[in-house]
Write a protein that binds this ligand. Sequence first.
Ligand SMILES: Cc1cc2nc3c(=O)[nH]c(=O)nc-3n(C[C@H](O)[C@H](O)[C@H](O)COP(=O)(O)OP(=O)(O)OC[C@H]3O[C@@H](n4cnc5c(N)ncnc54)[C@H](O)[C@@H]3O)c2cc1C
Length: 415
Amino acid sequence: MKKDVIIIGGGVVGLMCAYSLVKAGRQVTVIDEGDITNSTSFGNAGLLSAFDKGSLSYPGVITNTLKQMIKGESPVKIHPTLDPKIYKWLMKFAFSANETRFKRTIMLFEKYGHITNEMYKYMQEHEGLDLDFHEKGMLSVFTQQKTYEDKLKKYNKPDDEKFSVLDKEQIKEYLPCGDFDKIKGAILFKRNTHFDPKRAMLEMKRYLSENGVEFILNEKIQHIRLQDGEVKYISSKGKTYEAETYVMATGYQTLLASLRKKELMMIPAKGYSITFDMPEELKPKTSTLFNDLFIVMTPRRDNVRLTSKLEIGSDDEKVVKEQIESIKTNFSNYTKPFEMKNIVEWTGFRPLTPNDIPLIGRDEEYKNLVYAMGLGWLGMTFAPSIGNIIKDMIVNNLDNKDSDDILLFSGFYQY
Ligand SMILES: Cc1cc2nc3c(=O)[nH]c(=O)nc-3n(C[C@H](O)[C@H](O)[C@H](O)COP(=O)(O)OP(=O)(O)OC[C@H]3O[C@@H](n4cnc5c(N)ncnc54)[C@H](O)[C@@H]3O)c2cc1C
């Protein structure tokens, strides 16, 4: 039987599309090659940080990264590769790192960031999803005097609703494990929030199943049949699925888009997380970004997670020990000594576009195919907005040109 909407990919983006669509009364099927627990959406930091954080491609990023590389603190690693797409992507990234693009991106982050907090909060408070969601702000810690001073220049007019520059005693309260001889300063950005991605994903899956969403798991879609200007059906090794509308939410994986001969300007950017138990009294009070190290530390109900690294040109799914050790060393240079217990190491791939803008909207040739991809390093943050935008398109049968959101926030139209 022909289905209504099939979402290919049950990462956070696919699930949040399913959430908005099912609430709008649509029949939704999510197909995933795994069992929901294998995606990038599972092991990340869970920082919901649309505000005051900046984009990855900012003016000066190339010089700053080179400086960090020389100091041995750079999170970025570019593997030698013969893939021309990587070099094309790097060129576009360098081109995007300009003041105009940066300002526009920050404004878009602000616009779409509010939806995140509202939706996750609503899901937790009114729909019984235990997301371990907290509105405690994000602590931005500076280990370099220069970056701290530069940041202070920008945040020189007090705004109690948005941020507080913390004094030493306050930093100690928020980050008891910090080494205060080495930390230069910290700013609490109050509008950012965080949750536990693993818990959130499992809870979303539970909620959606209970509310009528069909899940077909451990089923890899390998083929798309295109005919008469539409997707006729999609198929796995053994089965064929037909629907009115197909949403492609396959994260960093572009196999299906390439079958349709569409090049998505997006590359996998590998990152790592280390989850561990630590003494309760040393746990940070809220999510903490070590700004100069590109390390995030998030407290969760049972443990703490560190995330870092951005590797380009590698599709190796293995955890590389050297990278884990490098995160631990960089982190421990700025914290008091303590033992990490029950360590779980993880790696995943961000679906990274060169300008931090996602790839969303209808396929211009095959109109019943909708893309919801390219959320990069902020997929947990913007998934609720993307789900909402995709729902509006499908429910109101909008074309790209009829959707202000697509024109504003899609990398198909924002360069
Ligand atoms: C180290 C690290 C830290 C991060 N920290 C944060 C953070 O703090 N805040 C934040 O907002 N974001 C963060 N991110 C980014 C965030 O995790 C991603 O943007 C987000 O998970 C992407 O979600 P997605 O649904 O697009 O992709 P995924 O989570 O990768 O899901 C895609 C799904 O599609 C399925 N799939 C793919 N191809 C097929 C196919 N052919 N057939 C069937 N199924 C298929 C996969 O199995 C997978 O389940 C971080 C990422 C990393 C790596």
